[in-house]
Ligand binder design. Structure first.
Ligand code: 13P
Ligand code: SF4
Length: 320
């Protein structure tokens, strides 16, 4: 890694200066591991969806600048109701969250209730809007999804939204037959299994790790299926290994920083090799610096959605 990989940024202070500046003003900067290296360096805490939700709930800071995507900032606002929550770019959304509108979900829950004679328990992956969170029974993240599914009595039918790939993987590993919503992440959906197989042949001995948001054909060609926190734990515990990484490209920044003893190769995407999430990339150092000074744009979950969304999030936090 070069000494200062961000030296081209002339209009913003150094990442560490931004972090100190925010500390002095009572602002906690949280960043998802899919954010670019500068944003990770400027943050007080970098984590996966579960760790960031927990951090917001436990720290209860005066203000949070959330470097991630919109549903993550909403989660922080729900779990930390007294904090001002703001983001570098309000347009940073998520294709998975967009694939499940609350109105369609409620219609489908009603339909299933009629068909099955009982309303199924609905589990939502955290990648969904606050409106969807308010309409479901419990939330999960990639880090605790198995435990959340296992916590539902075996005889209860389950509807899992919105990620069909994560849901399909959970059905495989838990033996449940959850009904799945038809959503997908546009980044993880695009990994190419054909080029992955070629890469594996070129790198004998390499360990392929992929996120459960990847389609079955990619998961089946991988050695380990893990959420981002699980991946980090594995690479930190490994020595001198080569990993082919099937998740968002910026994750490799974190691996190289925290586990430099290994080699990391991005798994090939269908059309490009960057594997970057276009929504996460909307957050830039310049926008972070502007957001901190303006304490905006803010993310505020409407009052009528809070109790339901908070209940399903708290239920998850009680499970794991
Ligand atoms: P995790 O950090 O929970 O693994 O989530 C991945 C993701 O796609 C976040 O948008
Ligand atoms: Fe959403 Fe996929 Fe981007 Fe994660 S990587 S924020 S799931 S579009």
């Amino acid at each position: 890694m070069p000494m200062n990989p961000f030296s081209h940024l002339t209009d913003v202070p150094e990442a560490s200066e931004i972090c100190d500046w925010a500390t002095e003003r009572g602002i906690m900067i949280l960043a998802h591991s899919y954010q670019d290296g500068f944003l990770q360096e400027a943050a007080h805490f970098v984590g996966d969806s579960l760790e960031l939700a927990r951090k917001a709930a436990e720290a209860q800071p005066e203000a949070i600048c959330f470097c991630g995507v919109h549903f993550m900032a909403e989660t922080a606002n729900i779990l930390c109701p007294d904090a001002e929550v703001f983001v570098p770019d309000l347009e940073a959304g998520c294709s998975l969250a967009d694939s499940c509108k609350a109105v369609d979900l409620i219609r489908y829950q009603d339909h299933l209730e009629q068909k099955l004679g009982a309303r199924p328990t609905t589990i939502a992956y955290v990648n969904c809007s606050a409106e969807v969170k308010a309409a479901v029974d419990v939330i999960c993240t990639s880090g605790n999804a198995r435990a959340v599914v296992d916590s539902i009595p075996e005889e209860d039918p389950i509807l899992f939204v919105p990620d069909m790939h994560l849901g399909g993987w959970l059905n495989e590993v838990t033996g449940r037959e959850m009904i799945l919503w038809n959503g997908a992440c546009e980044v993880h959906e695009l990994f190419s299994v054909d080029t992955l197989l070629v890469l594996q042949e070129e790198n004998p001995g390499a360990i392929t790790i992929c996120h459960p948001e990847c389609p079955k054909r990619v998961r089946d060609a991988s050695d380990e299926v893990l959420g981002t926190a699980g991946m980090l734990k594995l690479v930190k515990a490994s020595e001198g290994k080569t990993f082919i990484v099937g998740t968002e490209g910026n994750m490799i920044y974190r691996f190289e920083k925290e586990a430099p003893q290994n080699t990391y190769i991005p798994a090939p995407g269908a059309s490009c090799a960057c594997n970057l999430c276009p929504y996460m990339q909307l957050n830039t150092p310049e926008k972070l610096w502007a957001a901190l000074q303006e304490r905006g744009p803010q993310v505020v979950v409407p009052a009528e959605l809070r109790p339901g969304a908070e209940a399903s999030l708290r239920k998850m936090l009680e499970i794991v």
